[in-house]
Ligand binder design. Structure first.
Ligand code: J2J
Length: 536
């Protein structure tokens, strides 16, 4: 798949010269570990312990069988798997075969999957029978039609070995001899998901070179070693869990990953104790649950040394409680699937760790903090965050209109975040201009939900805005102007029927007679956020 926006030649040359881009495939780290320490444990998943050697062999076996079935490097794939080891076996196999997947979240439903299928036109679908959409073959058949070229569907936990993912990934010895294709490290390795602010979920091309750099550098910043034991308790395909330093960072360092289905404290504390977990990545709402659990009498097992917190605003008051109550060091992470990732450093003074969201990974991450008129902000002033750099993308997949506004002429990506930068380059996230709700780290594009609400026959106008929530940080509220009264339950049913993921369903509906408007006649969302309306 070649249609992505590459970095200009002079930038690419510089990123290579500086040793950021190594022109090696993204699977190189895993392959090195598999050669050096084949018996070391890569993943604990339920009762299974999968070694580096086994992970390498399984992913190679799957890659070869896919190629033998006629799939080719550059072919796109749609993948949706739960937090199980098979997600990584599959991802690594596709990388080895040069097949470019989009990894949908397990919480995604028909609407999201349809959109990915229509945009990418996948030749391969890998999904789970345990997902409500794939209990039977209806939806896979629909996706086949939407894609127009879906040639193969495999399922996790399918009773039929012909399409059972585990059977396809079972090594039989042949994988040790047959050659795999040569991967172009400058090419797209996979598509990351954008939190989005538009009607259609956008895809972010990530190359082997750029992603590998962000992972290697992150593993170093977080001081990962073969003794690192990382708990993966948030959705595995999310950029944070995959690469900051995430599971791929742990594989790079030769550590061990422990899979958890969700960040629920009782379950996680038990896994931490059983596997002597040293590190976990959480969103602020999960930290809230952990703090409550400890106050309620549960103890965090003492092996846990580092808690990363990112994905949404983390209140300073909560940050200060992490070392005190959980007994672990804190690292704040501010990242985005589009690229730029910031970390507080492990040896930063506590005040900086409590009060900032860190500084960029790379000396070549070019950050601009600009006011509304496009002028540079002084340290400490609030402005818009623009970025370009060796692992920040240059364009959404096949989205010229969106790219025209998301990037400026110099190739800076306008992130939609409002930040303050201090003298030493540390960032503080203070707000957002993009039309997005950050519901406990899960991103909702307002426009996507508004468009669906407007399809309801009684809805005249719709505006989705955030409102503060003590647990999630933000929750969503849909303000509606209606022709005839409609009950919230009917509106919710309407959205569910449209196939939207649960986390995108408005937490609250508010009915008003007319939308407040800005002087230019747009819906005034600021006024809506400030409005006091009856709770429904
Ligand atoms: C405030 N807002 C934050 C933070 C992200 C590492 C960590 C997180 C993500 C991620 C990621 C925030 N404080 N600490 O990809 O690699 C909001 C910002 C940002 C958007 C990106 C990673 N950390 N955010 O959350 O693509 O608004 O990536 O632009 O899901 O989340 O969302 P996403």
């Amino acid at each position: 798949m070649t249609d992505f926006t590459p970095w200009p030649e002079d930038f690419a040359r510089r990123y290579r010269q500086k040793g950021y881009w190594l022109d090696a495939p993204l699977t190189r780290g895993l392959e090195m570990q598999a050669r050096a320490r084949p018996e070391a444990c890569a993943i604990h998943c339920g009762a299974r312990a999968i070694s580096y050697g086994a992970l390498d062999r399984m992913s190679t076996a799957l890659a070869r069988r896919l190629l033998a079935r006629g799939l080719r490097p550059g072919d796109p794939a749609l993948v949706q798997l739960p937090n199980r080891a098979e997600f990584f076996v599959t991802f690594l196999a596709l990388l080895k075969a040069g097949i470019t997947p989009v990894n949908a979240l397990f919480s995604h439903r028909a609407l999201e999957l349809r959109s990915y299928a229509e945009q990418l036109r996948p030749k391969l679908l890998i999904a789970a029978r345990s997902h409500p959409l794939f209990h039977d073959d209806h939806f896979a058949t629909e996706l086949r039609v939407r894609s127009g070229r879906l040639a193969l569907c495999l399922f996790l936990d399918d009773p039929d070995p012909v399409q059972d993912l585990a059977a396809w990934a079972a090594p039989d010895g042949a994988e040790e001899t047959l050659p795999l294709p040569r991967i172009d490290p400058g090419a797209v390795a996979f598509f990351q998901l954008s939190g989005g602010s538009t009607g259609t979920p956008k895809l972010i091309p990530r190359t082997h070179n750029d992603y590998d750099y962000s992972i290697r550098a992150s593993a170093e910043i977080c001081a990962l070693t073969p003794r690192t034991v990382f708990l993966c308790a948030l959705p595995a395909p999310h950029n944070y869990l995959l690469s900051s330093p995430g599971v791929l960072g742990v594989f790079h360092a030769g550590g061990t990953v422990v899979m958890a289905p969700n960040p629920e404290p009782e379950l996680c504390f038990e896994l931490i104790a059983r596997h002597r977990v040293t590190m976990v990545a959480l969103v602020p709402s999960a930290v809230g649950l952990w703090l409550e659990a400890v106050r309620g009498g549960l103890a965090v097992p003492e092996s846990l040394a580092l808690v990363q917190v990112g994905g949404a605003s983390f209140a300073e008051a909560l940050a200060r409680q992490v070392p005190e109550v959980l007994g672990c060091a804190l690292q704040q992470v501010f990242g985005m699937a589009e690229g730029l990732v910031n970390y507080t450093r492990l040896d930063d003074p506590p005040e900086r760790i409590f009060t900032t969201q860190g500084r960029p990974i790379s000396p070549d991450d070019e950050i601009r903090v600009r006011d509304g008129a496009g002028r540079d902000c002084a340290p400490g002033e609030t402005g818009h965050l623009w970025v370009r750099g060796p692992y920040t993308f240059r364009g959404y997949f096949r989205s010229p209109a969106q790219n025209a506004t998301a990037f400026d002429a110099e190739g800076f990506y306008h992130s939609g975040d409002l930040v303050q930068r201090d003298d030493e380059g540390y960032l503080r996230v203070v707000g957002r201009v993009k039309d997005q709700i950050n519901r406990g780290g899960e991103k909702i594009a307002a426009e996507e939900i508004e468009a669906l609400l407007l399809r309801h026959p009684e809805v005249v106008q719709a505006a989705l805005v955030s409102e503060p929530d003590p647990r999630l940080g933000e929750r969503s509220c849909a303000f509606l102007v209606l022709r005839q009264p409609v009950r919230p339950v009917a509106l919710r049913r309407h959205l569910i029927a449209a196939g939207v993921a649960d986390y995108k369903l408005p937490d609250r509906f508010a009915f008003i007679d007319a939308m407040p408007l800005t002087p230019v006649g747009k819906i005034d969302k600021q006024a809506l956020r400030a409005a006091v309306v009856p709770v429904s």
